[in-house]
Design a protein around this ligand. Sequence first.
Ligand code: GDP
Ligand code: MG
Length: 516
Amino acid sequence: FLVEDIRNFSIIAHVDHGKSTLADRLLELTGTIDKTKNNKQVLDKLQVERERGITVKAQTASLFYSFQGKQYLLNLIDTPGHVDFSYEVSRSLSACQGVLLVIDANEGIQAQTVANFFLAFEAQLTVIPVINKIDLKNADPDMVEKQIEKVFDIPSDECIKISAKLGTNVESVLQAVIERIPPPKVHRKNPLRALVFDSTFDQYRGVIANVALFDGVVSKGDKIVSAHNQKTYEVNEVGVLNPNEKSTHKLLGFLGLLHMEVFNQRLEQEYNAAVILTTPTVPYKAVLSSAKLIKEYRQKEITIINPAQFPDKPKVTEYLEPIVLGTIITPDEYTGKIMMLCQARRAVQQNMMFIDQSRVMLKYLFPLNEIVVDFYDSLKSLSSGYASFDYEDAGYQTAELVKMDILLNGNIVEELVTIVHKDKAHTVGKTICERLKDTLPRQLFEIAIQAAIGSKIVARETVKPYRKNVLAKCYGGDITRKMKLLKRQAEGKKRMRKIGNIEVPKDAFIKVLKTQ
Ligand code: GDP
Ligand code: MG
């Protein structure tokens, strides 16, 4: 293929607006997958993604399409759709020249639509607005067209109206990809320069890297060097992608609770590994106070990722916390409640705008740690599911931070060490203790649950003892039955984590970190 006959594009959309369905139709239209087979969401192939109906990991497919007598190679780079995965979205986008921005004709622009649009816009990509689900009874594509013009400044005649489900007008999406998105700029004569936007490891084939080529050519037998670690690799095989490439994963830090749960599930399903999760934490920074410390750490400012390594005040002149610019789109009737929620999360309003007669777009600066755990769930529940949310990086700001320990009978629970804002320590500590009390099974002795800042206890709960005897139900001396029960109890214990002499179920921490 000549470079001018290649198009690299992504589909971006708010969750459930039809990205996967459109991808399936595009794969069918180009003969990449068979129409007769059950093609529900071919790109969402990981098991958890299917179970939860969301896309976590970028997948890629190469489509071949003939248009006006010419064959084109269209690389469809899939992006995750959920709010917790914006890092993977921008990574995938850096391999593209254009995007299809899919918007539900019934729901209109949502927060992720806005956030994704700006990621694409900042990367200077061509944006093709696609209004989907025009077959729905309540679809209002004209209203959505007006929103698109108002929020993104895209003329309404650039919108393509389709039904991905029925296949209506999907062909014109492919044509727009060819006509509106520029081919990649690759200078084949230059030395090789490529971006690895995804990579996997195959036991038999070695590392499989999905790359976007910027300069040069790559062929079998070439020796290539990684700019990242300077290691040399030999190219064994070169190919284009199809949706049946196998995929594994390396861990990216957790950005949100859903993210954490999905990875927990993935690790267990794909690697059969039992994992223990820690509190999702955001990268804080600390400005060191003395020349001696600066010398010791070899820098003025240190990043704290593990709350257990939080340096105390005498060592530090100032703490900094990451902040994000959040976008919320909501029916106007929920605006008041949402503003109160944002205020409680230490957020500062930046902007407010009506995107049509009944819907409002709010912009707030949030401390990242105020939204990583349960902000999304709270927003959803106070707006009956109608408000949508997404966010992007907005740098760092000064914050009064303290480290809080959670103790079970005096032993620190490493998984629950948290860094909190000073003003929130008592509330957060109380909530964690209360939730732990509800989650921990009673044991043979009393358990004291405490939240502490240094030696100061800020909250406390108690779990009363309980006598549990699995053999009590056995009558007489049926030894095989006794053995069976003891074995069953031992298996149950494998899913437990021991802190001091207290058995803690493995999912206790997720339950503690979640609201409800
Ligand atoms: P994604 O989260 O953006 O990948 O969305 P999906 O492709 O998974 O679609 C979400 C839901 O909308 C699914 O139940 C689809 O069947 C449905 N859907 C997608 N496209 C259409 C469409 O054009 N019309 C209708 N009525 N439903 C659609
Ligand atoms: Mg999907």
